[in-house]
Each structure stands twice: as C-alpha cells, then as structure tokens.
Design a protein around this ligand. Structure first.
Ligand SMILES: *Cc1c(COP(=O)(O)O)cnc(C)c1O
Length: 406
C-alpha cells in the first residue's frame, strides 16, 4: 500500500496506463494538425480524431457528428447553456436548474440571470438530494427553453431520473442538458435511449487526461442549434473553433472504452469497498451520519440485491462526524486524501451548497467528508482510511468533548 491513500476520485483520477499508451504516439510522432487538409501529417491526425469520435459516439449510442470535443466539462457545460441561451429570440427566457449543480452550470446560469434571463434553482428532496420529474414539470413555463440537471452529483453521488426528467422536457418542448461527467462510465448511460438533447463529459474523471472533454449535441428530433462561444478556424462544425487536442481526444476515447467495458465488474467491487468503509466508520464511531441517498442492499459479490435500484454512484460515500470540523479532520489524517464539505479554507465560511440544499445542518456540513473510491482503491486502503478517521475523530472529540454531546 502506498501512502497517502487517494480517495478523492470525484475530483480527478490518474491516467490509466492503457490510456497513456494510446495517447503516446500523438505527441511527437503523429503530431499533425487535423485541420491540415493538404498533407499526410494532417490526414493521420484527422484519422485519429475521427476514430476517437466514432468510438465515443458508439459507446454513447449516438452519431459521431453529434460529438463536439472541448477542453473539458466546464467548457461543455458553458457551451451547452450559453450556446442555447445566446441564440436569437431567447433573450429574457427561462432556464430550470438545481441548487445542487456543479459550479460550471450554476455560475453560467447566474451569469445569464444577471443578463435578464429568469432562472429557477430547484431545491432537491431533503436527505436524498433527488429531484422528482414532477418538480421539473411544475416549474416549466411557456418561456422555459432549457432544463439543465446533472445525471450524478459529484458530492453525494445521487443519481437523477434523467429518463423521467427528459420525458417531461420532451412533453413541454424544452431542451434538456445533463452534466453526465460523474455518471458516464460508472452507471449505465445510453443516449440512444435517453430523452437528452445535450450532455457533458470530461476525460479526467474517467482515468483520462485533464483538459479534454466533449459535448453531445443532438442532431435529430430535435436538431439542437448552438451559438458558438469560441470563434476562429471553424473546427467541430463551427461550434467550437480551436486546434483539436489530438492526444487528449484519443485519450478520452480510450478512457471511455475501458470505463464502459469494466463498468459492471468495477461497480460490484466499489459497492463492496464502499460498504466496508461505511460499516467500519459507523460501526466504530457514534454520531456518523450518511449524507445523500441510502446505500443499496448488496450481495456478497457486490451485486445489487433483487429489486434494489442504484440511487448512488458505487464509489461515493459522504458522511458527517458530529462534533468535529472537516478541515481539522483533513489536517489530522494527512495520509488519506479526501474532500470536505466544509469551506473554511476558501473565502466564504459557507459549507457545501449541496449539503445545505439537502438539509444537512451547517455544523454537520462542516463535519463532512466525501470519499471517492476508484479503480486503484484496494481493501487495505479502505481499512487504513477507516482507521485514520476513527483515530482522528476520537482525538478531536477528546479535545472538545462538549461539541459532540451538544
Ligand atoms: C469535474 C466536474 C466538472 C468539470 O469538469 P472539467 O473537465 O474539470 O472542467 C463538471 N461537472 C461535474 C459534475 C464534475 O464533476
């Protein structure tokens, strides 16, 4: 076991060696610009991009021409939202999103709000963080042109009913964008079957390189049009100018391929490890609460129990330890790399807006830890992380016993 133990796979993931291997030729040997139409250097690079586009499209169940490569999911989210909102005639229209979205969606929507658009920030169901399709239906008005709701949340791992929400959007003739960054490769995600018009992806959350992602833009039923945000060479059908990141794109496709191929087996393994971590924490400490949806009942092989549905990303665990401070916890267990919903290090003293939105009281939100288990996570690492948390929480509670008995 190597220390520190990395349990922050929602923040980023290491590049899988198989992905790196696929990317390597495209840095120095096959270095052409895919837009160079006049020579073999360009053709080879273009062939690599075309191949990656076909691979990714195939995995998503869409057509290659519906894929727009971007610099990551932040750009994909921004392109989806601004691209739709900036079309002529959309001025002053209405957008529906949720308080629990990623900042890439939230801040884009807030910006549009300042420009005169109306935005509804839905509050999720307390505890689970779910958003019922019915809630979406209730807030859609005649002026609504876009709903943007993520497939899986990056803090509490809750999986949204994308099919149900998309169906409501279809019924009302409203475009539906979903940030699928955390979901793709972790849970089934088939755009061939889902009523989704725009979807964002990022390579570095699925063991690919940083700085590359994609936006799915539906071409038929309906044909989604976007106002470009970047202007220049007209790459990506004019929607996203800029020389393509060839090694990055090759890496994204290879990473997606591996993630989809190994998804079922990896999910079973992560559910078992996540359960082991939760049991160790909740079994050995008092005052441990789970944030987000309940963990599913699973069999000894990690398979979901009969009748059980997955409501949470298999590698996600988010817990609060009553009476301790998340920042102090991180400092106290430096050999374990995790995140906290406490934001004392940043400019604001506000805890995680996601935890706040699902009704976690401020003191418990400040006492929260997000564990993100991933491809390299092994049982001994989970045991080490549990032991570190138990020791640190006990030590911090001894220092301020009143806080816990509050
Ligand atoms: C990481 C993440 C993003 C941002 O992706 P980048 O490629 O890092 O820009 C967007 N949405 C979600 C849900 C994420 O987890």
């Amino acid at each position: 076991m190597q220390l520190p133990v990395y349990l922050d796979h929602h923040a980023t993931t290491p590049v899988d060696p198989r992905v790196l291997e696929a990317m390597m030729p495209f840095f120095s040997r096959v270095f052409g610009n895919p837009s160079s139409r006049g020579h073999v250097f360009g053709w080879e690079a273009e062939a690599a991009v075309d191949g990656a586009r076909e691979t990714l499209a195939g995995l998503l169940g869409v057509s290659p021409k519906e894929i727009v490569f971007t610099s990551g999911a932040t750009e994909a989210d921004n392109l989806a939202i601004f691209g739709v909102a900036r079309l002529p005639g959309r001025e002053g229209g209405h957008i529906v999103t949720a308080a629990t979205e990623h900042p890439a969606v939230l801040d884009a929507c807030r910006r549009l709000e300042r420009e005169g658009f109306a935005v509804t920030f839905l509050m999720p169901e307390k505890g689970t963080g779910r958003i019922a399709p019915e809630r979406v239906r209730e807030v859609i008005t005649d002026r609504t042109f876009l709903v943007s709701l993520m497939t899986a949340n990056n803090e509490i791992g809750v999986l949204h009913d994308v099919a149900g929400i998309g169906a409501v959007c279809r019924e009302r003739g409203v475009l539906f964008h979903t940030d699928a960054v955390q979901a793709f490769g972790k849970v089934p995600f088939d755009l061939g079957a889902l009523p989704v018009d725009l979807a964002s992806f990022s390579a570095h959350k699925i063991y690919g390189p940083k700085g590359v992602g994609a936006l799915f833009v539906r071409a038929r039923h309906p044909r989604v049009r976007l106002e470009p945000m970047l202007h220049g060479g007209g790459q990506e059908r004019g929607v996203r100018s800029g020389t393509l990141n060839v090694p990055g794109i090759v890496g994204l496709a290879r990473a997606a391929e591996i993630a989809v191929e190994e998804r079922s087996e990896e999910s079973r393994r992560l559910r078992l490890l996540r359960g082991r971590l939760h049991d160790a924490l909740a079994g050995r400490l008092s005052g441990v609460t789970l944030n987000g949806p309940a963990l599913p009942a699973i069999g000894r092989d990690g398979e979901l129990a009969p009748g059980e549905v997955e409501t949470r990303l298999p590698g996600n665990l988010n817990v609060s330890f009553a009476g301790v401070d998340g920042e102090a916890l991180l400092v106290g267990m430096k050999e374990v790399a995790v995140s906290t919903g406490s934001a004392c290090t940043s400019a604001s003293l506000e805890p995680s807006p996601v935890l706040t939105a699902i009704g976690v009281p401020a003191d418990l939100a400040h006492a929260s830890i997000r564990y993100g288990l991933g491809r390299s996570t092994a049982a001994d690492e989970v045991d080490f992380a549990a032991e570190a948390a138990v020791r640190t929480v006990e030590r911090l509670r001894e220092k301020s016993p009143l806080a816990h008995s509050r």
